[in-house]
Write a protein that binds this ligand. Sequence first.
Ligand SMILES: Cc1cc2nc3c(=O)[nH]c(=O)nc-3n(C[C@H](O)[C@H](O)[C@H](O)COP(=O)(O)OP(=O)(O)OC[C@H]3O[C@@H](n4cnc5c(N)ncnc54)[C@H](O)[C@@H]3O)c2cc1C
Length: 393
Amino acid sequence: MSILDAQHDLSAFRQAIRDWLAEVVPPDWKARMARASNEEYIAFQRWWMAERSKVGLAIPHWPKEYGGAGLSQRHLIAVADEMARADAPQNRLFTISLIHMPGTLLPHGTEAQKRRYLSGVANGEVWCQGFSEPNSGSDLASLRCRAVRDGDHYVINGQKIWSSNSMYADHCLLLTRTDPNAQKHRGITYFIMDMRSPGVEVRPIRQANGRAEFGELFLTDVRIPAENMIGAENDGWRVAQATLASERGVISFEGGERQRYEIEAFYRNSLKVGAAWLKDAQLHREFVSFLAEMQAARRLLRRVLEESETQGASASVLPSIVKLSSTVLRQRICSFMVRISGMDGQAFALLAEEPFGSPMFDFLSAFSGTIAGGTNEIQRNIVAERGLGMPRV
Ligand SMILES: Cc1cc2nc3c(=O)[nH]c(=O)nc-3n(C[C@H](O)[C@H](O)[C@H](O)COP(=O)(O)OP(=O)(O)OC[C@H]3O[C@@H](n4cnc5c(N)ncnc54)[C@H](O)[C@@H]3O)c2cc1C
């Protein structure tokens, strides 16, 4: 029986995923990836996507008519939980392809766009998101990348930044300005851009943790066919809300579960080997309070997922509260891990050729969560203004 055949019985479905993961996930994948170059890491991500495709777990959340399995939220939580429990690889390369692109095209794309692009993901097509610009991040609606109509095309000129995995992408979700004289939210148009179009230049950006996961896009006279517009001209801001809303969901649930399993395993191992830090009562108390806070964060996240299936969820401030609390908690835990790992934990990051997976690497990486998808300051503004009714400043 295949995994999807077992979907009518949730525990059999979970067991089928567990059996498949035990068979397919290489036990040494983390150690191998710790030494891997960017290219090897990307090849590994593509391989993992192909394996998921074979058993119908690449795009299980999409409607059946577009190649998905139409699975419910409960099933998706089960998939995420089993992936986390098995410490299976994550599909970071495909985040935009799996979450943001369908979150945008399903409600706003034309039938032709859905047929063309949704099916491509299971075959390994990579998407990136071209929203942020050097002076338009939190204030995204002030973006300036220009699109000018020329017959049945639009000509694009401008710059984008922080575009995750754009070096490997086939397509880009692109926000442009079509009417510079309209109010800033009104003159924006949303396109699908072929990343191999003449005039697209991608320059990787190296991060504090040593990886280069972002690219800067320089767009010079790039021609995009008008049929690649998502929604209507100058209505891109409304479409972009669907992209941004799609970020909330099972993806953050899986991240939270992974961290819980890791931390619990770390604690069990510390007990087993009688780690020195356990003898410090203050450190021990601090650690146990992290475990309690993680449980609270998990419950909140489940509430967000339940809310996302009900009407009016988009008005809720709960996703902002979850993002704030979980990203700050992650930073605090990573900082704690660096502290208790002593000189070894810190020196490893400085001396190793590839520090991936070390406490210092995780600590440096933890900052990105408080910036990506709307900074924590912006989340606080949302909670204050929409949740508590405080005046806008
Ligand atoms: C891991 C990661 C992945 C990303 N991936 C992508 C991607 O694929 N595509 C893409 O387009 N972008 C991506 N981004 C960019 C991200 O969306 C922006 O970094 C984010 O929106 C913040 O914009 P900014 O960097 O321009 O900072 P700014 O907006 O310039 O903010 C600078 C500082 O000022 C604060 N600030 C700004 N406005 C206010 C305000 N009104 N009130 C209080 N404080 C304020 C901010 O909180 C921040 O501390 C990614 C970022 C990260 C970290």
